[in-house]
Write a protein that binds this ligand. Structure first.
Ligand code: FES
Length: 238
């Protein structure tokens, strides 16, 4: 079988053509942070967190949507890449409501976990939360799109896995959000409330109604909520 040879973080790797750099790294035990990638969904390249650099060309690229090529020499964790990743997460958090301490997602929030991994305590950017009304009139799902990071997992799950076409992106830029046709409530759309989108949402934008604010198992985690801007190491719900 034809394979492509490349180097990732000084490790010689070979994999079939068409494999993404992210998949090649994961298959060889090299971790690259992601937010919009999911193995069951088509890669989308939305969050740019999986940024890597080809040392041969100096090119930065999203590893989830870039296929491996012969003789690539990829760095996944250079100081430059980490700096870019931190800036990406800071921008996301600047747009995020500062409500981690009461968020149902708690320590399961992937944005918060990645911010903690990257050592981000406060964003140092002007905070511009994009507040949206809480949607919870239906029986099953609470949608708090103020916490949406536009990873597109819910939309791709809807289109690729469940195939009901209940939601898609609406608007562009800062005000863009997943929405139903004519922005109707979920219960008036094609949504079948299977919960797939909820299970894939990396933040507190989508929550099962039965779990909303009821608390979850606890574990130790450094807070990056930005309430006080310090990071207090409190024990919070997972
Ligand atoms: Fe690659 Fe989001 S994981 S761009």
């Amino acid at each position: 079988m034809e394979t492509i040879a490349l180097i990732i973080d000084n490790k010689k790797i070979s994999c079939p053509p068409g494999t993404s750099i992210l998949e090649a790294a994961q298959q060889n035990g090299i971790k690259i942070p992601t937010l919009c990638y999911h193995p069951d969904l088509k890669p989308f390249g939305a969050c740019r967190l999986c940024l890597v650099e080809d040392e041969n060309t100096g090119r930065l690229m999203a590893s989830c949507v870039t296929p491996v090529a012969p003789n690539m020499s990829i760095r996944t964790d250079s100081p430059d890449i980490k700096r870019h990743r931190r800036n990406i997460v800071r921008l996301m958090m600047a747009e995020h409501p500062e409500s981690c301490i009461v968020c149902n997602k708690g320590n399961r929030c992937q944005l918060r976990a990645i911010a903690a991994q990257l050592g981000i305590g406060e964003t140092k950017l002007y905070s511009m939360p994009n507040y949206k009304p809480l949607e919870q009139a239906n029986e099953f799902i609470v949608r708090d799109l103020s916490k949406c990071i536009l990873c597109g997992k819910c939309i791709r799950a809807d289109h690729e896995l469940v195939v009901v076409g209940a939601i898609d992106y609406n608007h562009r830029g800062f005000i863009s959000r997943p929405a139903t046709v004519h922005e109707q409530p979920l219960e008036k759309s094609n949504c079948i409330f299977c919960g797939t989108c909820v299970s894939l949402c990396p933040t507190g934008a989508l929550s099962p109604k039965t779990e909303y604010y009821v608390g979850t198992p606890e574990r130790e985690s450094r807070s990056v909520c930005g309430f006080c801007g310090v990071g207090c190491s409190v024990t919070m719900g997972v």
